[in-house]
Design a protein around this ligand. Structure first.
Ligand code: TMP
Length: 221
């Protein structure tokens, strides 16, 4: 039976070089025989994505629970497309995923959303085979040219977000790097030179390039 495509997620703190590394990885993947498709979350092009975009640019205000559920719905509206692409042998690359959804919402001090509450709407999404978390000290990130103007792009927020990502990584990695239904989670020090980070990511991704035999799992199910 033909192997399915691999599902690879790149997560990272703001200014971790996530966009650059995702772009470089996409280029490398496109040079291989297997088709590849990139998804970026939030996907700001859909109706839900446009509401998220307005919120992130502070053009609109939304209840903390409502925006959390919109971010999640923005993944669910693409979930079956991802599943079908993987089944057809396409490699799927995602720039952010459910883990950002949990990390950013659970870090909002005034909202008081628990980790479990934030995780709940993400349960059952297609589970990545590999998640690469680009980790950077928020102070170092700030030195890289400052944060942008969007919500959450502030050092104290990033520090809390990093703490939640750390928790997610520990939970995912609790079975020797391979969680039962969340795939493999690898934290990469994004403080290195770009080429070095790219090399580390490629070494993690390359073994998946011939396709995956395991059936696609669902997150936390
Ligand atoms: P971006 O800068 O990668 O486009 O992401 C936009 C912001 O949205 C970023 O600060 C992280 C945040 N975010 C959430 O709060 N929840 C989510 O589910 C996702 C995907 C991103």
């Amino acid at each position: 039976m033909a192997k399915r495509g691999a599902f690879i997620v790149i997560e990272g703190l703001d200014r971790s070089g996530k966009t650059t590394q995702t772009g470089r990885l996409l280029e490398q993947l496109e040079q291989r025989d297997r088709p590849v498709q990139l998804f970026k979350f939030p996907d700001r092009t859909t109706a839900i994505g446009k509401m998220i975009d307005g919120y992130l640019r502070s053009q609109s205000d939304l209840d903390d629970r409502a925006i959390h559920l919109l971010f999640s719905a923005n993944r669910w509206e693409i979930a079956s497309t991802i599943t079908n692409l993987l089944a057809s042998g396409t490699t799927v690359l995602a720039d952010r995923y459910a883990f950002s959804g949990i990390a950013f919402s659970a870090s909002k001090v005034t909202a008081g959303l628990t980790y479990e509450w934030c995780r709940s709407p993400e349960i059952g999404l297609p589970a990545p085979d590999l998640t690469v978390f680009l980790d950077i000290d928020p102070e170092k990130a700030r030195e890289r040219g400052g944060y942008g103007d969007e919500r959450y792009e502030k050092e104290e927020v990033q520090k809390r977000v990093r703490g939640v990502f750390d928790r997610i990584g520990k939970e995912m990695g609790s079975r020797a790097g391979e969680s039962e239904s969340g795939g493999r989670w690898v934290t990469v020090d994004a403080g290195h030179e770009k080429d070095i980070v790219q090399g580390i990511i490629w070494r993690l991704v390359e073994p998946l390039m011939n396709g995956v035999e395991n059936p696609l799992m669902r997150l936390w199910e």
